[in-house]
Design a protein around this ligand. Sequence first.
Ligand SMILES: *[C@@H]1O[C@H](CO)[C@@H](O)[C@H](O)[C@H]1NC(C)=O
Ligand SMILES: *[C@@H]1O[C@H](CO)[C@@H](O)[C@H](O)[C@H]1NC(C)=O
Ligand SMILES: *[C@@H]1O[C@H](CO)[C@@H](O)[C@H](O)[C@H]1NC(C)=O
Ligand SMILES: *[C@@H]1O[C@H](CO)[C@@H](O)[C@H](O)[C@H]1NC(C)=O
Ligand SMILES: [Zn+2]
Length: 959
Amino acid sequence: MGKVFYISKNVALGLLLMAICAVITIIALSVAYDKERAKNRDDSGHGQTDNTSTPTIPTTPSTEKEPWDRYRLPDSLLPLSYNVTLWPRLEPNEDGLYIFTGHSYVVFKCVKATDLVIIHCNKLNLTSFDGHLAVLTAEHHSAPAIERSWLVPKTHYLVLQLRNALTEGSTYVLHTVFQGELADDLEGFYRSEYTENGVTKIAATSQMQATYARKAFPCFDEPAMKAVFNVTIIHSHGTIALSNGREIDTVNTISGLETKFEPTARMSTYLLAFIVCDFTYIQSTQRGVLIRIWARRKAIDDGQGDFALNVTGPILEFYERYYNAAYPLAKSDQIALPDFNAGAMENWGLVTYRETALLYDPIISSTRNKERIVYVIAHELAHMWFGNLVTVRWWNDLWLNEGFASYVEYLGADYVQPTWNVKDQILLYDIHGVFGVDALASSHPLSCAEEEVSTPAQISEMFSTISYSKGAAVLRMLSEFLSEPVFAKGLSSYLNTFAFGNTVYTDLWDHLQQAVDQTPGLDIPHTVHEIMNRWTLQMGFPVVTIDTRTGSITQKHFLLDPDSVVERPSQFKYIWFVPIKWMKSGIDQQQFWLLQKTDTNDNMRVSGNDWVLANTNVSGYFRVNYDPENWDRLLALLNSNHQALSVMNRAQIIDDAFNLARAKIINTTLALKTTKYLSKEMGYIPWDSALRNLNYYILMFDRTEVYGALKSYLKKQIQPLYEHFKVLTENWTKVPAAHGDQYNQINAISMGCKMGVEGCRELTKNWFKQWMGNPAHNPIHPNLKSTVYCYAIAFGGHEEWDFAWTMYKNATVASEASRLREAMACTQTPWLLNRYLEYSLNPSKIRKQDATATILYIARNIVGMPLAWDFVRARWRYIFEQYGRGSFSFAGLINGITRRFSTEFELEELKKFKADNEDIGFGSATLAMEQAIEKTTANIKWVSENKAQVLQWLTDESA
Ligand SMILES: *[C@@H]1O[C@H](CO)[C@@H](O)[C@H](O)[C@H]1NC(C)=O
Ligand SMILES: *[C@@H]1O[C@H](CO)[C@@H](O)[C@H](O)[C@H]1NC(C)=O
Ligand SMILES: *[C@@H]1O[C@H](CO)[C@@H](O)[C@H](O)[C@H]1NC(C)=O
Ligand SMILES: *[C@@H]1O[C@H](CO)[C@@H](O)[C@H](O)[C@H]1NC(C)=O
Ligand SMILES: [Zn+2]
């Protein structure tokens, strides 16, 4: 599944910052990534089911669990193929219920004699045949009779107890007829409602990963239970039906149209997809593969699918070459669904996307929107081989699947947009982000044992930042020390060996090892397996300290909070095999392997003006610290000739320094010193890294006397960047040509306006005024809209606000509406903010789904924060009852409001709020409340320890 990258720049920034706070747990970042997965976690799996076809048979309590009480299927039966027919109704029935009906035949083989048939089935009403919920036949002989059959809602099973055992080696056919609800729950076969031209429309679509295929039809719903699926969909005239295979036949029947699809390749159930809607498409073919982009007719007519179509062919071609394996299917459909909640899903041959992850509108979409489309497509298409063709046996290895796609998506994206330098961005989007979470004592290893993951809720938890981003980072490191050609060779051999089958992660290590063994001259100190175990079986990562005075090198488990206690033991004692790429005075040196806690490398002993920089381009997953002299030499280098280092290394020096300071390994002033050279820095990646780190300082100090000095210092630092873009864009009339510049222009304007750089206020106000003068023509470039709207509203009064409100109400494009909704929270006028808070709980003004996000935006604003806090406290019961239950964004609300909390008084208020509402409760925000208290405590401590020296340093620097 794809990760949700850009909720919004600022929210993401906030989240990354929160991760820097020592006490935040995994949850913070899982918001940024698989947002919707995390949200669904609350109600995924084993809740109440409405299987009432037959009463469940109470089992006598015993210590030995019955096979149907276990979450994993027994290993006695293996599916070979299915015939599945589904008929979704896009109109409600007489009871007002949207349903689908269907029937299925599954041919399976008995590989171990058993008198039980256990197959997944969830929330389906099954038709009875002679009192039984299914019909069992055998292909060439007779099948045992069914003694009794029942459903087990807790483990999602249909169970048949047979009179006699099935014969080992024989095949049987199980037939079921069923009816399910086409609910709007985004799980299994579900209904998506959206409006087009004011008309509400319904589409039937699906999301099977991880455990929802069983909600569409009875099936052996585990990734290793691969089979061939012959799908038929019944649908009405005027609609189209799609599934994984190519449609081979559509015939008229009394029920409507019946579309049959070619048999699928041998595949896992979680990759199935079924769609009925009235969309249209554009197409092309690439080496015999049919490529289609599907979306609402209007979107296709407006050309919004063109960009996706343009990049899909080349991306597929890139992977064919990279994997050295042809695209495994005859067609590649990609479809944009309105109100689709996961970012995207890699269903084999029919990838589903949120509209914003696939559709590009040259007039409305920003460069960031465009970039996201390329990343998400590249991510999902990478799975067509890695994940779909070869699939991990069980969900405990999900990190390999998602980490891999999250790494190679940068390669695929780079191939189609070679001028964007997208490969560098893995630092911002994955590595720095996950460093924050993985540096907590509460982190967890990438890999876990198969037995630890069995319930749907446990499976859901695998979709975490650690799996996606740390997975990507360690695979990138592996590829770096093996070299890309060796990595690709091993990969290709792995994919070709296990095509249409399943693996465990060590199979990949074995094939990479073979590639290593076949490469003369490639020398690694241990096997791939041994090296990687250190990174996948123990959590966290090391900080490597290089003392250039002696050449000594040491490693230590890096923890953001030096007082935290690691309770999880590691068989490797938190020692890693660390591949250190490094340079001396600008010249790349031979890679050094740190294999124990301490070692020495005489080569790293330097003096005079020579400097050492380790972990070049952050090719390894670790942080670096140096002796004070070398830090000074690196700082001097940044100040005199920062371009001697790559943008990634400049960003890394800043990010490492700030985090080492948080962990009390170096002084806070040393971290601040890494920002001194920024007045000369024009690169996006270093700036973004710096702003992300400095934002914590802004939050902690923007209500204190430190802020005056901080503001003048940052104004001094950002001013040259602002001027640079003013010139580059010919007084803001052009769009910078380079991709990174387009992003950094946004940083320049938003920080420029925030820090009071001359001209910024007028710039944003005038642009907005022009638009207000002619609402039909918006002169603001899509890249800059969010920023310009925000500052124009912040600097403006109620005219600007009311204009934004009108444009918000009239917006026809979702992304434009959400930019405006966010920007209206930027006003500094208390009564406007209070009125907006009131609007947020009025569903006729702000859609219910957007309520908590809107309050959060208001809380981000320094003036809005106390207002939002009062508002939420005063209406807790109402908000909780109307909006809170089970909603993940609710935890985000508590997190967001309390982000600035850093005084004893705020801590008291927070505790009182908790005590006062004990009776109402906090639902899904219970953990967030605890975290908020811990975080506030940590903030108070940090401020008390750092305030004086930060103020002193800033005062000296801004003088
Ligand atoms: C599905 O189609 C394949 C290929 O035509 C066939 O071999 C298989 O038996 C079919 N499955 C079922 C359940 O009929
Ligand atoms: C599956 O469908 C095909 C084509 O409709 C049919 O020939 C075959 O008999 C079906 N398989 C079973 C097991 O019913
Ligand atoms: C399944 O059966 C129950 C009990 O009869 C009923 O309440 C429910 O609506 C049915 N579901 C569907 C989708 O028909
Ligand atoms: C798609 O490619 C065509 C042909 O190269 C080009 O003219 C068009 O501008 C591209 N469209 C988009 C949206 O990139
Ligand atoms: Zn994925």
